[in-house]
Design a protein around this ligand. Structure first.
Ligand code: NIG
Ligand code: FE
Length: 401
């Protein structure tokens, strides 16, 4: 058993382990002049450097802040093609929903992705995941959802599995947009063919549905998520991005791990989430890129909900390649304090993936941590446009210079 003691930590900052709700999201533990002991890939000890135990190896970080590795609980990092023409059209005034209704948007990414091989998808996604990693994300969820047919969905999940040899990834089957004709038969085939196949092959841990006017109705979403539960999957929803149709209430009723987006959520949805263990995941990149209202993350925390943050990295609604930037944007766009944003991007984001073994720097958790350039951890929430992360450790091993 080898121990490594990290010293030279100006501040070690961590939320408590497990999902934090409401005011508890602000209650960080801050240890000044700290040390951190890594043992077998886990945190063995943290405390004041003056009280540190002896170790086989010692590594002096030179007086910088250390925080937990970030968890990105919502990405669509595997895609082919681009959405640059959509972007230009939107800037000139055409809405995201109009582009989608005309057969563009997500549907154009589906055509390009369906035409790509697994090897091409892997090569396209690798630098995106590397960018998230460099920004401090030590665990990243990746969704399918750009497959035109079930074969393409399986290829997307196959690409995620190949990439999981290089990154720590959590794969999700996303049921994204229905075909223009034959929706009923499509939903039935999802439940009777696609979900059972993904379960048999062990290709995903959760099933997610885009519940929206231009995608699946609440009734269709319920049928799909109930089939997912029958096959042992955890469930997630994209809901209330443009319209509050009832997806949040459905997520709470079904005990979904998380319900994500929430830009159109109001007091009723805030109250439902405050009374539910379902994590409310907000995606500030969408607010910035599509000019949507910010999700009511401030109201959610004030009401006592568990709020997480994700990049939603995707070509259409959130080309945000940095988990640190998502954290910093949540402070600006959603009114979270830096402490709340850190809890949202660590323990709460882990909870949104059903993971309780990471996100906090306490003994027994995975030794996923970040050394910042700064001696003050708040630079993580403050810095825009430069990377405040100097080094990333996963399972106790340094993974970036
Ligand atoms: O989370 N809203 C639905 N799905 C994605 C966007 C996908 C895309 O535009 O390509 C999202 O925003
Ligand atoms: Fe999404």
């Amino acid at each position: 058993m080898t121990d490594t003691l990290y010293t030279g930590i100006s501040q070690l900052v961590t939320p408590r382990p497990g999902p934090q709700r409401g005011a508890a999201m602000r209650e960080l533990k801050v240890i000044e002049n700290a040390a951190l002991l890594v043992r077998d890939g886990q945190i063995g000890w943290v405390g004041p450097a003056a009280e540190a135990p002896r170790a086989d190896h010692e590594h002096d970080l030179g007086g910088v802040a250390v925080v937990p590795g970030l968890v990105d609980p919502h990405t669509h990092a595997v895609w082919a093609g681009d959405r640059l023409a959509d972007f230009e059209a939107r800037v000139e005034g055409v809405s995201y929903e109009t582009i989608l209704a005309r057969g563009g948007g997500i549907r154009s990414t589906m055509r390009a992705t369906a035409a790509a091989s697994v090897a091409e998808l892997v090569a396209l996604a690798r630098p995106r995941l590397q960018a998230l990693w460099d920004s401090g994300a030590t665990t990243v969820e990746v969704k399918s959802g750009y497959g035109l047919d079930f074969g393409a969905e399986i290829r997307m999940l196959g690409a995620v599995h190949e990439l999981a040899a290089e990154f720590t990834l959590v794969p999700t089957l996303l049921i994204h947009v229905p075909p223009t004709e034959g929706r009923e038969a499509y939903v039935q085939a999802i439940c009777e063919e696609l979900i059972p196949e993904v379960a048999r092959e062990g290709l995903a841990t959760a099933v997610d549905v885009f519940c929206e006017k231009e995608a699946f109705s609440v009734a269709e979403t319920r049928v799909i998520l109930e089939a997912a539960r029958t096959h042992g999957f955890a469930t997630k929803l994209h809901a209330d991005q443009f319209h509050a149709l009832g997806g949040v209430e459905l997520a709470c009723e079904l005990g979904a791990l998380s319900v994500d987006h929430l830009e159109a959520s109001g007091p009723a949805q805030v109250a439902a989430l405050a009374a539910s263990p379902t994590v409310a995941t907000v995606l500030p990149g969408v607010t910035l890129h599509l000019g949507l209202p910010a999700a009511p993350a401030r109201a959610l925390i004030d009401a006592g909900a568990c709020v997480a943050v994700g990049t939603d990295l995707n070509p259409g609604s959130s080309p945000v390649f940095s988990s640190g930037l998502a954290l910093a944007l949540t402070v600006r766009l959603c009114g979270l304090t830096p402490a709340e944003a850190l809890s949202a991007c660590t323990v709460n984001a882990a909870a949104a993936l059903g993971l309780g073994d990471r996100g906090a720097l306490v003994p027994g958790q995975r030794a996923d941590f970040l050394a910042l350039h700064s001696a003050d951890w708040r630079d993580l929430a403050y810095t825009l446009g430069a990377n405040p992360v100097r080094g990333v450790w996963m399972g106790g091993a340094p993974v970036t210079p």
